[in-house]
Design a protein around this ligand. Structure first.
Ligand code: PXP
Length: 250
């Protein structure tokens, strides 16, 4: 395939809101974080409005859209409530993720195969409004085929397992997962899907993912917000951007 040179960085600012909500205060402000991310060269802002509003809350969505010139990638579960909110804001992109109330973070990919017709109906009005529809899935060919069948524009491959295996020092299994991500990025691209990746990425784990030529966007949040405590958000983003660019120029 032709090498796709540009690799976009979507900065997920959810955990700025997590810190704000821990005290029920007005700060730190996720809108300010979105503006700093934009200044630092982020290509998009990602925010996940969870059912329990544990980080981003409804008012944040309009404020973020108003404050930034780069696109908003609105992550949400496939519920009627979230569909209505997304249709109200018409963000550039929506990413449909699985959501369980008790989980600490988005644990696995969406089961598109199981809910194929429900998801096809769910995304239809979003497609009609012109939103790019992305589906967050594990690196699995049956899920990718199903995502293509329901009319998704994009699949975002879940890199959480790969990152966990890296930090567990299970290097053989990590490399097997990386190889699956590589094959599945290529498979999804061959079906005409745009390919994104994200979850759990850090300075230590980003390079092999950024090297995969079919992947055109990475969405990264938790690590960057954590790192910004030590270096500031702008520097954390600039360093991630630099690692992505270096991986891409190899
Ligand atoms: N992509 C998706 C679909 C996600 O749900 C998340 C977490 O909200 C991310 C990327 C970012 O993951 P992390 O915060 O671990 O970088």
């Amino acid at each position: 395939m032709d090498f796709i040179k540009d690799l976009r960085l979507g900065v997920n600012i959810d955990h700025v809101a997590t810190v704000r909500n821990a005290r029920g205060s007005a700060y730190p402000d996720p809108v300010r974080a979105a503006m700093i991310a934009q200044e630092a060269g982020a290509d998009g802002i990602t925010a996940h409005l969870r059912e329990d509003r544990r980080h981003i809350v409804d008012e944040d969505i309009a404020s973020i859209i108003k404050a930034i010139d780069i696109p908003l990638n609105f992550e949400m579960a496939a519920t009627d409530e979230m569909q209505k909110i997304a249709l109200g804001h018409e963000p550039h992109a929506v990413c449909i993720v699985p959501e369980k109330r008790e989980e600490r973070t988005t644990e696995g990919g969406l089961d598109v195969v199981k809910d194929e017709s429900k998801l096809a109906n769910f995304i239809e009005p979003l497609r009609e409004k012109g939103c790019r529809v992305s589906i967050f899935i594990a690196a699995d060919d049956t899920q990718i085929r199903a995502a293509s069948k329901i009319g998704a524009h994009v699949v975002e491959l879940h890199t959480g397992a790969y990152c966990d295996l890296h930090y567990e020092k299970s290097y053989q299994e990590r490399d097997a997962e990386l190889s699956r991500l590589k094959d599945m990025a290529s498979f999804a691209h061959s079906l005409g899907l745009e390919v994104h990746a994200g979850h759990g990425l850090t300075y230590d784990t980003v390079t092999p993912i950024a090297e995969l030529p079919e992947i055109v966007e990475l969405n990264i949040g938790h690590f960057l917000i954590g790192e910004s405590i030590f270096t500031g958000l702008k520097d954390a983003i600039l360093r991630m951007r630099d690692l992505m660019d270096k991986a891409r120029s190899k």
